[in-house]
Design a protein around this ligand. Structure first.
Ligand SMILES: *[C@@H]1O[C@H](CO)[C@@H](O)[C@H](O)[C@H]1NC(C)=O
Ligand SMILES: *[C@@H]1O[C@H](CO)[C@@H](O)[C@H](O)[C@H]1NC(C)=O
Ligand SMILES: *[C@@H]1O[C@H](CO)[C@@H](O)[C@H](O)[C@H]1NC(C)=O
Length: 201
């Protein structure tokens, strides 16, 4: 009887003290603004559900407002740039479509020009019409301060360093190799809008 009780208490002790799933993700670092890394399930499809010619499952029309007090837009020469409220009065000019390709995985399409935001291996942020390129896949992540960051899953895998979409103080786009989730320049507020022809945001 005593022996069985002892065994039982050992079993309970082991169950309580066993580490619970801590290893499934890396710990939060630094200022607490470092986003959580999701463990990717295998087999991993880097394009999520947007592989091949499959349409994204879900689309949202948005304005992307930078913490540096710019709206993100694509100018008529297809360059990404931060602009002011006046420029975005015709809201369609600054409207983006966030295309959901799976959990946190998105593509960012500028509605008026039809181009996608992309980051290449060198950290260059550019726009492209080729939506199937891996460069166009981003992870959207919510920070504890309610701003979001967009980072490139692809370059993270290759370089083991996260590359974020970010603006410089003059509104120009920043080299993604020099970004961090702790920088304001990478923080965006997602403002949801109604339909694309005369959007209300
Ligand atoms: C695009 O236009 C902006 C503003 O007119 C200009 O500053 C920028 O240099 C142009 N970019 C390219 C690649 O032509
Ligand atoms: C907003 O930006 C435009 C150019 O994109 C400029 O002409 C205008 O003066 C700016 N307005 C303000 C209030 O800064
Ligand atoms: C971005 O910065 C990195 C590191 O300084 C540099 O190697 C790379 O060439 C830069 N990329 C562009 C497009 O300027």
């Amino acid at each position: 009887m005593e022996f069985r009780k002892l065994l039982l208490s050992i079993a309970v002790f082991v169950m309580i003290t066993r580490p619970s799933g801590v290893s499934s993700r890396t710990k939060l670092r630094g200022s607490g603004l470092q986003p959580r890394r999701y463990k990717v399930t295998k087999p991993f499809n880097p394009r999520g559900s947007c592989d091949g010619n499959v349409a994204p499952t879900h689309k949202r029309l948005v304005l992307l407002w930078s913490k540096l007090r710019f709206h993100l837009t694509v100018l008529s020469n297809e360059t990404l740039h931060g602009v002011n409220d006046t420029y975005c009065q015709p809201a369609r000019r600054c409207l983006f479509e966030l295309q959901s390709c799976g959990t946190s995985l998105i593509r960012i399409k500028h509605v008026k020009t039809g181009v996608y935001v992309a980051i290449n291996k060198a950290g260059k942020v550019y726009t492209t019409r080729k939506s199937h390129k891996l460069d166009t896949m981003f992870v959207q992540e919510l920070l504890p301060n309610n701003f979001v960051v967009f980072w490139s899953e692809r370059t993270y895998k290759k370089m083991k360093r996260t590359r974020y979409l970010a603006l410089k103080k003059n509104g120009a786009i920043k080299n993604a190799s020099k970004t961090s989730s702790k920088h304001k320049s990478a923080h965006f507020m997602v403002m949801y809008c109604t339909q694309a022809t005369t959007p209300k945001c």
